[in-house]
Design a protein around this ligand. Structure first.
Ligand code: SAM
Ligand code: SF4
Length: 364
């Protein structure tokens, strides 16, 4: 079958997903991105929605082998942002018509943390007269915590499955009983049952990950009825077990990075073809691998950006991977820079809007 036939096919099969994700010819990959952009324009519009990202704490009880803020990375100076500073950043986002916020941190499950998030969500809702949408991205929790936060006003939750392959997940996490794929998947089920718009995603280009695994990640998004997808390439952090192994094997060469960037972009494009009405983020990790990474993501079918609104003094302490962009920028600089990036693609910014996933409403 010709590439054009697959690009315009209505119901893509697993084999089609594998075929598209396997493309390596530059013209063929461009045809894939162009078609995905058409599908985005037709289904979610050429409008990019912002989720101002406040990375408010890098304390984490987990030890994911790839992540720069894992518990055992003792090079990291741990921080908690003062509540007033978070509220000031939220107010800034509201005044600048960001429409919605994502609160992200390392994982904690203690009662004080659960209370703290609940109060924070209520305060942000109050200061924005209920107008700011709130996405939480604070890891695995029990149902009671997710429910309290939903009732406080959070309406979206992002929890990446990281990979839909449990055996690969096991290789990327310590086998200490606290990092279990099935527990993470159950959290997604609970979040959906509570009523959240549910986001998940993967990392692409992980050592040991196959193209079939990536195709299965996309099928997982469909099977889990996911509303929004935040995925991106794996990027090395030098002081992590996985990062050290990847560097030692020579896999973090320029060629290795180019391959991971390409996989990240192909994942966006193929997901857009397969799930036309979901929200897909063009993530910062793309830009860690290419100066125009986020524009390329928008051109490949993504429709969400997450401008960093983290308090500037803490940005350099929330490093999940090396070469994280925007660390030196103020929120104002990020805003202007992203507006220019969106305009360069030919999209517009959906200022002041939540930009909810159309998929969430299509299934109501
Ligand atoms: N702690 C929460 C959790 O894990 O769900 C939320 C914050 S965590 C830092 C957000 C995401 O960062 C993870 O889901 C993971 O996919 C991503 N991440 C961590 N290390 C990364 C790396 N080296 N390269 C790319 N993404 C990474
Ligand atoms: Fe903690 Fe999330 Fe990093 Fe895992 S990915 S170590 S849970 S911050």
């Amino acid at each position: 079958m010709l590439l054009a036939d697959v690009l315009y096919k209505k119901d893509l099969t697993r084999d089609d997903l594998i075929y598209l994700l396997s493309l390596t010819d530059a013209d063929e990959m461009q045809a894939l991105y162009d078609r995905a952009y058409e599908v985005k324009a037709a289904n979610v519009g050429r409008v990019v929605y912002y989720r101002g990202l406040i990375e408010f704490s890098n304390r984490c009880i987990k030890n994911c082998l790839y992540c720069g803020i894992r518990r055992d990375n003792d090079e990291v100076e741990r921080f908690d942002t003062d509540r007033d500073d978070i509220l000031a950043m939220a107010k800034w986002a509201y005044d600048n018509q960001y429409g919605s916020l994502t609160l992200q941190s390392g994982e904690r499950q203690d009662e004080a943390f659960i209370d703290y998030i609940e109060g924070l969500v209520r305060d942000i809702k109050a200061l924005s007269h209920g107008e700011l949408g709130i996405t939480l991205c604070v890891g695995e929790q029990d149902e009671a915590a997710y429910r309290r936060w939903f009732e406080a006003g959070a309406h979206r939750y992002l929890l990446r499955i990281e990979t839909s392959n449990p055996a690969l997940y096991a290789k990327l996490h310590p086998q200490d009983g606290h990092h279990q794929w099935q527990v993470r998947k159950n959290c997604l089920d609970v979040l959906r049952a509570i009523g959240y718009q549910v986001g998940t995603g993967d990392m692409s280009g992980l050592p040991g990950q196959t193209i079939e695994d990536l195709a299965d990640d996309i099928l997982f998004y469909r099977d889990m009825d996911i509303d929004m997808i935040g995925m991106g390439p794996y990027v090395v952090h030098h002081n992590t077990p996985l990062g050290k192994a990847v560097v030692a094997q020579g896999l973090d060469s320029a060629e290795g990075k180019r391959r991971r960037l390409e996989l990240g972009l192909k994942m966006i494009a193929v997901t857009r073809l397969f799930l036309p009405d979901v929200n897909i983020a063009s993530t910062t990790a793309l830009q860690a691998l290419h100066p125009m990474g986020r524009e390329l993501g928008l051109k490949a079918g993504a429709n969400v950006l997450m401008p960093i609104v983290t308090v500037p003094k803490f940005r350099s302490q929330y490093l999940l991977y090396d070469n994280k962009p925007c660390v030196e920028d103020t929120p104002g600089q990020c805003k202007n820079c992203l507006a220019a990036r969106v305009a360069s693609v030919g999209d517009t910014v959906g200022l002041g809007q939540w930009g909810d996933s159309p998929h969430f409403f299509h299934k109501q």
